[in-house]
Design a protein around this ligand. Structure first.
Ligand SMILES: Cc1cc2nc3c(=O)[nH]c(=O)nc-3n(C[C@H](O)[C@H](O)[C@H](O)COP(=O)(O)OP(=O)(O)OC[C@H]3O[C@@H](n4cnc5c(N)ncnc54)[C@H](O)[C@@H]3O)c2cc1C
Length: 406
């Protein structure tokens, strides 16, 4: 460390990135390609299962029902995911198209159409009859339900994408320290000191806090509720099919219930072919995956300690989602084929926290709220732009952490 009385402050790096998960790995990559001297810290190994990015797949949508301002972020993310595929030589994204199904005045339909209208997206509106004809796997609906087809939707591989972004950061010159837990971030008048659990410290000009469910440890005012969730996979019933072509990516109502579910159909082992949309091919999806279905997460949420998540899925915990699967998909066996736990981190308004805090040297990137993976590459870019004093590539004021006085 530098003796302040000896002259101008010396820095160990321009930027420290704390947490190399979905957003942090991309923030380190995008900051390093801008020529910043980056040092990135990850408490585990990239692509680990202990944060918010585990579970083999994540839905990608462009007509973002959560906020029309997310569409340009999804589009930029798509470009970056495809760039990462090329550098990794591994398929990270498969474009399947996606279906939103619900009452015409539901948030699912109205939000999707609002994003499409704001950005001239080529979505298709489908009547119940058209939907049943084209997508028989989704034919069970409530009377009056309609569909919207987003042709640019698809599936990402979160763990592989994080590994690829971390490798890209390294290739662009970032120093990456894995298995290293940051224990304190101490801003003073000249610099920000980052202390780690191996007893070392670095002094940097700026810090990106991309610690996912752990962000609250370093940004005490951040209104973030980490919450344990269970993920569930299912298989087709004997003699039936529930592959992606009959059950494309979806967010949809449940027949006879006042709730909704999200997920995608199965991909058989053998993976995506080059005809399945953008990408460079490769073996990424070769292992295939089962049908995935998850419930609406509507809160209020108990705050769980991200270091003490119960990783056991207990008897009865999947009964409710099995019941929703049985009500919706006649061809899917409602007994889960696999289960695991993951952590969501919710903000009060369901939007992310991306940008400078009251101390402009401290930039936050996180606040998952259950829908940030698709955007993560571009959220990393926004973090990098804040670190580099560049204007953001799109208007991201609705994600500004200072809306919560952080
Ligand atoms: C069940 C579920 C389903 C989801 N489905 C979708 C979906 O279909 N589509 C979609 O777009 N989004 C989805 N999401 C949301 C998305 O997966 C998450 O929002 C996103 O992956 C979170 O990324 P993150 O970078 O904020 O956090 P993480 O990926 O958890 O990264 C945070 C990282 O910081 C590290 N870290 C924390 N503290 C420290 C420390 N002190 N020192 C060093 N490192 C530290 C952690 O180890 C971790 O690697 C889903 C989320 C869940 C839980």
């Amino acid at each position: 460390m530098t003796d302040a009385s000896a002259g101008p402050t010396e820095f160990d790096a321009d930027v420290a990135v704390i947490g190399l998960g979905a957003v942090g790995s991309s923030a380190a990559w995008r900051a390093a390609v801008r020529g910043l001297d980056v040092i990135g810290f990850e408490q585990f190994e990239p692509g680990h299962p202990w944060g918010g990015s585990t579970g083999a797949t994540r839905l990608f949508r462009v007509a973002c029902l959560e906020h029309p301002g997310l569409t340009p972020i999804a589009r930029r993310a798509r470009e970056l995911w495809i760039e990462l595929e090329a550098s990794a030589g591994d398929r990270l994204f498969v474009e399947t198209g996606g279906l939103m199904i619900g009452p015409p005045d539901s948030h699912i339909i109205e939000g999707t159409l609002a994003a499409a209208a704001a950005h001239g997206l080529p979505v298709e509106r489908l009547t119940a009859a058209e939907l049943a004809d084209r997508f028989p796997g989704h034919a069970r609906m409530n009377p009056g339900d309609v569909g919207v087809w987003d042709p640019e939707a698809g599936i990402l591989r979160p763990e592989a994408a994080i590994v690829a972004a971390t490798d890209a950061a390294r290739a662009a010159g970032a120093r990456i320290r894995t298995g290293t837990r940051v224990t304190a971030i101490e801003p003073d008048a000249d610099a920000v000191t980052v202390r780690t659990d191996d007893g070392s410290a670095v002094r940097v000009r700026r810090v990106a806090i991309t610690a996912g469910p752990w962000i609250g440890r370093f940004v005490p005012g951040a209104p973030l509720t980490p919450h344990r969730v269970v993920m569930t996979w299912f298989r087709a019933r004997e003699g039936r099919t529930a592959d992606l072509d009959v059950l494309p990516v979806f967010i949809r109502s449940v027949p006879g219930r006042d709730t909704w579910i999200w997920g995608h159909g199965a991909m058989p082992a053998g993976g995506a072919s080059d005809s399945d949309g953008p990408g460079v091919g490769g073996s990424g999806f070769d292992g295939g995956f089962d049908v995935k279905v998850g419930p609406e997460f509507d809160g209020p949420f108990d705050a769980d300690d991200p270091d003490a998540i119960d990783r056991v899925v207990h008897e009865g915990e999947t009964d409710e989602i099995g019941d929703l699967v049985a009500a919706t998909f006649p061809d899917v066996d409602p007994e889960p084929s696999a289960v695991t736990t993951c952590i969501m981190a919710h903000t009060p308004d369901g939007q992310f926290l991306v940008g400078r805090t009251a101390d402009p040297r401290i930039v936050v990137g996180g606040g998952c709220s259950g829908h940030s993976f698709k955007h993560a590459a571009a959220l990393g870019e926004l973090v990098a732009q804040a670190l580099a004093d560049e204007p953001p590539f799109t208007d991201a004021a609705f994600l500004d952490p200072r809306r919560f006085d952080v």
